[in-house]
Write a protein of this length. Structure first.
Length: 177
């Protein structure tokens, strides 16, 4: 009990583990930002344990703090590359940049392109075989988490834009000379 587990990219805290069944408390904020509300009994999910001190870091930093959802707009196969285009919710759009990092239902990926209100990812067959992404159909919703560094930079820039800029005193307090 108390361990964190990402379920389709959403970080949840286990409140009970019995006979192979894990139970979680899920609050309204989590349901509003994710696809968990639509989960059904027997539905496949991508699961990931939390990183432990000393573990190898492979991919980008993923927190399980979902920005919102996106809808699969289309998919295509070219040679052995599979291209998926997603239309994200408005609140997630600013964080999705070409060659930036994104998770789709907890799977760490690189954005191939982002324009005209959608973004794409290029997937290899292994990713499609080992995750739930391969079974997605047009219109399916997924959880989207952007890179924490991108989110932080955009948030700070928006604060500056709104008149809450960074001061010299604040920078010095953070160790900048």
């Amino acid at each position: 009990n108390g361990d964190s587990l990402c379920v389709n990219g959403v970080c949840l805290t286990a409140v009970s583990i019995r006979d192979g069944v894990v139970e979680f408390d899920v609050i309204e904020e989590t349901l509003r930002r994710s696809t968990l509300r639509s989960f059904r009994k027997g539905q496949r999910a991508n699961l990931e344990m939390s990183l432990r001190v000393g573990d190898t870091i492979d991919g980008h930093f993923v927190q399980g703090h979902v920005d919102g959802t996106a809808t699969l707009a289309r998919r295509a196969e070219e040679r052995r590359e599979h291209l998926f285009w997603f239309e994200p919710e408005d609140r997630a759009r600013p964080y999705l940049i070409p060659k930036g990092s994104v998770t789709i239902d907890g799977v760490s990926l690189t954005i191939a392109d982002a324009s005209r209100g959608e973004f794409s990812v290029a997937l290899i067959p292994t990713t499609l075989d080992l995750t739930t992404i391969g079974s997605l159909r047009k219109g399916d919703q997924v959880n989207v988490e952007s890179d924490i560094i991108t989110r932080t930079v955009i948030h700070r820039l928006s604060c500056i834009e709104k008149g809450g800029g960074i001061t010299l005193d604040e920078l010095q307090a953070q160790g900048f000379a």
